[in-house]
Design a protein. Sequence first.
Length: 445
Amino acid sequence: MTINVKKSFATRPATHHRWWVAVLFFLIYTIAASDRANLGVVLPFIRKEFVMTNAEAGGLVSLFLLAYALIQLPSAWLISRFGVRKVFTISMLLTSIVTGLTGLANSIFHLKICRVMLGIAEGPLPIGVTSTINNWFPSKEKGIASGIFLSSIKLGPVITPILGALIISVWGWKEVFFFFALPGIILPLLWYVFVTDRPPSSRFTNQQEVDLINEKVNDIQEGNNAELGYKKIPYLDTFIRVKQIKTLETTKSVYRSWNVWGCSLGYCFQLGISSLLLAWMPTYLLTEKHLSVMGMGFVAAAPWVGAVLGNITGGIISDKLLAKRRKPGMMISALSTSVMMLLLIYAPANPFLYAALLFLTGLLLSIGFSAYMVYPMSFIAKDKFPTANALVNMGGQLGAAATPFIGGIILDHLGWNTVFVFMAGISILTFLMLLSIDEPTKINP
């Protein structure tokens, strides 16, 4: 009888709490992404109340991203010191409070202060999510989990233009911030209750799920021979520089790794494009394509609908089809995005055609985004990963901070076509940067 009980326990199926964790960080970051995106929607209406040049308007958008970028390394230290659970919960609560305060701003100076505060408050969230993914998912699921996370970043801008345009039409631009502040008060409390820093300390996971996460389960017993996924792809592996790389176990080695810095710079350029589109596309659609407020809301959402699909698709391709190779998706995104930027220059003002092109742009741009998050996980020790992730995300956010301001300067002197050429150019730079880093994938002989 005892043997049967032990056998029954040993064959007991693993729980799936890690996917509920994914649902929760998806919902929380969708709200956070909406909080950062709503300024782009209300910006044309703010400019009617507060006169500013394009460069000044771009600078207002960039303030959040600059503060957000500079807080990344301190956030990594906070998470390493106090854990994801505490820091993440407090960060999201503060994000919602500052969002609400933005609706009370009565001058450009107050708006600037609120945007800086929002960047500081929200800064720990991405490191908290990626650290959670690294701790809660086996390597074969990290790309998909990262795709889910990044989809939430893009779903926020899908919701924001539509809901924001409706709120503005009924009430005004200040009410947008009040409405968007409310959901972020409840969700972080759920996180604190249901998500622990490590799976073994969660009351919602059994030992089978913990073993699966820690990759102690024999994949063959699950019907998945992991070795089948690691066959060489000769020409591709040569092109993407596949190498076996020693795990980096010290902070110094992380800071000295060109692979980390190269990934950071590539993310800098690509996130810069995403940020520029997010900040300026509503204005472009209203002033250049002459869409209505509601029409702008729906068309401006199109690239982010595509981005949601692109992030999930990219994670699946990276994990399943390419056997955890991360660079191919990043490189495909860089090349295809440069082409899409040039196509957008010549697109007619037809809202349906332009929405379709923006949808495709968002999809192609985002296929490689999850790979930037997962890339350092394969060669960085888990306790040092927050630092590596902070470096990658800091690079990305500095790019995101720079491009709305640069876009504003270009608009003041050269016009919209040059803005699209600029985005095509930095996307090509991304591809060139990615050629210089290794693909740290284990390959069977």
